[in-house]
Design a protein. Structure first.
Length: 419
């Protein structure tokens, strides 16, 4: 009799951890239909997320507390409450609070929604609504202050508009309910994309201008052109450079790059053999200067040059830094599963001194979830683990070289697909 054959379990395939995007869905994707497409193209979305601090603050010590509530039986409804306190000269002042109630029709489509904003700092009650029909590419939007302490201009009575959007073209215009002769339309845009190039125009009258037929004034027009490589998916490196002329006075040049690094990881999650992990490194540069001949005396203050970078080593930690001509700042954001998020921000301004910010966000309970990708970079595995230990796995095939990410879950698709 021969020795019994030993059955060895096959070694699990080598996999690499893929961090989830730190903010999903991004705020711009949730409110995209309420703003012109010009304000989101040309890499502006990525640059603003990189340059802006995680929590906006006022000079001095500003402490922000934010609570996000998502009722477990009503996933279409979100309630956000924010309370801020500003410490100046050892006195508590400028206390303010905001509450936002948002209802979204489809969980996978953030373009159609209704929200109600209540603000004590601005003494305002504001209603905003958007409706978009992807089959026809037509949408409508409107923002209406129901209650406002002081209505100083026509837009304080509301702004509404229409838009058409396709994969490579977006055109739209906004109006005010009670316009003056120089406010029809209140704003308009036309942007298009061909391959890796994007270009567009925006009509945006300067605040406070009152003149007949301002369409012939170049100061009320903005134009931009950009060139980008790669995809905005978290699984792809990307680069974009933009040149924008704001009115006839200011020229803005910017560049944004995301680079994916891979590091060793000695960890085992479930049945997958984890040998490494990806991390995201983002760089941004922005230069703005006046180009008109008749420069004002304070033109030096109008120039802007700033650099920014962020590093996300995993799904729970984000480090950001920004360096400018007159100020610099740093931010540290971390997630504490299952529902806490904390942020600490410090900023030094040469004219206003040093200020600090603290953010606390409490959101809905999220069950553990992680993504892995195979060594060939062609198959993504999404593993969802319930609190009772039960696991659910789904695999998605994609082509990184051809930039085909349509089969991926929403959080891993290019931001353009979400928008």
């Amino acid at each position: 009799m021969g020795a019994p054959q030993s059955k060895t379990k096959p070694k699990p395939p080598a996999m690499t951890l893929v961090p989830q995007p730190f903010d999903f869905p991004p705020d711009a994707a949730r409110t995209r239909m309420a703003v012109p497409a010009y304000d989101l193209m040309f890499g502006k979305l990525s640059l603003r997320r990189l340059f802006d601090n995680y929590y906006p603050r006022q000079p001095g010590m500003n402490v922000d507390a934010q609570v996000l509530l998502n009722p477990p039986r009503e996933a279409h409804l979100h309630i956000t409450a924010t309370v801020s306190k500003l410490l100046q000269e050892n006195q508590m002042s400028n206390n303010s609070g905001e509450a936002l109630l948002r209802w979204q029709r489809d969980l996978d489509d953030p373009h159609s929604f209704v929200d109600l904003l209540m603000s004590s700092s601005k003494s305002m009650l504001q209603l905003r609504s958007c409706a978009y029909y992807p089959k026809y590419g037509i949408g409508a939007f409107g923002t209406f202050p129901l209650l406002m302490e002081n209505r100083a201009c026509s837009k304080d009575y509301g702004v509404m508009g229409l838009r058409y959007a396709s994969e490579n073209l977006s055109v739209g215009a906004s109006f005010v309910p009670f316009p003056s002769p120089d406010e029809v339309p209140y704003g308009a845009w036309l942007v298009g994309r061909k391959g890796r190039f994007s270009g567009g125009l925006q009509y945006k009258p300067l605040a406070g201008r009152r003149q007949y037929m301002p369409y012939t004034d170049l100061k009320n027009w903005n134009c931009a052109i950009s060139y980008g490589t790669g995809s905005t998916s978290p699984l792809s490196n990307s680069f974009m450079c933009t040149l924008e002329l704001i009115g006839s006075a200011q020229l803005v040049a910017s560049a944004y790059q995301r680079h994916i690094l891979q590091r060793r990881e000695n960890d085992h999650l479930g049945d997958d053999h984890i040998i490494g992990a990806l991390c995201y490194v983002d760089f941004g540069l922005e230069l703005a200067t006046r180009v008109d001949k008749d420069k004002p005396a304070d033109s030096a203050d109008k120039s802007l040059f700033q650099l920014a970078a962020s590093f996300q080593p995993n799904s729970y930690l984000l480090v950001k830094g920004k360096l400018g001509m007159s100020k610099y700042s740093a931010a540290l954001v971390c997630k504490l599963p299952p529902y806490f998020r904390l942020s600490v921000t410090a900023e030094n301004d040469r004219s206003k001194g040093t200020s600090y910010g603290l953010g606390i966000c409490i959101g809905e309970i999220m069950e553990p979830c992680y993504h892995t990708v195979n060594s060939d970079g062609t198959v993504l595995t999404k593993t969802e683990e319930r609190f009772d230990g039960e696991k659910t796995k789904r695999t998605f095939q994609f082509d990184r070289v051809a930039e085909e990410f349509d089969n991926l879950p929403a959080e891993m698709k290019p931001i353009d697909k979400i928008l």
